[in-house]
Design a protein around this ligand. Structure first.
Ligand SMILES: [Zn+2]
Length: 195
């Protein structure tokens, strides 16, 4: 989700849990941009939890750090799958890495209106109302179920990524006026071959 424009250094992850695939060999996926239909279609549930999925999740972290994001959902790399990764520290703390397979919000509380962006809609931001606290349940890359509570930016990242898995972009949370303005600008960029 939110692109982390404030961070100047986004170090590549050094914690390689899978010995056969060191971080140096990580695949960096290009990010799918707004306009691609895959972004507006719900992803299929993750059913197969194997080494391939763990590798995919690690590659998603690497791709997210490379793009200086704090969250990345599988549809954003062209995979229609209910899988997302989140790290609001931008790679600074390996323990902050969260893999979300089949995540669902179980509880939401409070409201915060903050500016938000999306790696798939680069250069555009908008104020989005999100819960201040959310509790979600999900599975990790091994298929183990867990619950996690997030506050502020983390809660926002969870909501933004879960939206992606449902084919929803932050644009849909903006006023029609603001949304149309952004859409028009993107259309223009596309015409100029800059999107
Ligand atoms: Zn996004």
């Amino acid at each position: 989700m939110p692109d982390k424009s404030t961070s100047s250094d986004a170090p590549a992850p050094t914690a390689a849990e899978t010995p056969q695939a060191p971080s140096a060999a990580r695949k960096i996926y290009p990010i799918v941009k707004y306009g691609d239909a895959i972004l507006e279609k719900p992803g299929a549930p993750v059913k197969k939890f194997d080494a391939e999925l763990e590798q995919l999740a690690e590659d998603m972290f690497a791709s997210m750090y490379a793009a200086q994001g704090v969250g990345l959902a599988a549809p954003q790399i062209g995979l229609s799958l209910r899988l997302a990764v989140v790290d609001v520290t931008g790679g600074k703390n390996p323990e902050a890495k969260i893999v979300l397979a089949n995540p669902e919000i179980v509880h939401a509380e409070g409201e915060v209106r903050e500016e938000e962006g999306c790696l798939s809609i680069p250069g555009f931001r908008g104020y989005v109302l999100r819960p201040q606290f959310v509790t979600i349940k999900a599975q990790n890359a091994k298929g183990e179920a867990f619950e996690i509570r997030g506050e502020n930016l983390l809660a926002r990242a969870f909501c933004h990524e879960i939206d992606h898995l449902n084919g929803i972009l932050f644009l849909q949370h903006l006023s029609m006026l603001k949304r149309d303005l952004i859409k028009r600008k993107i259309k223009k960029l596309r015409k100029q071959g800059e999107w």
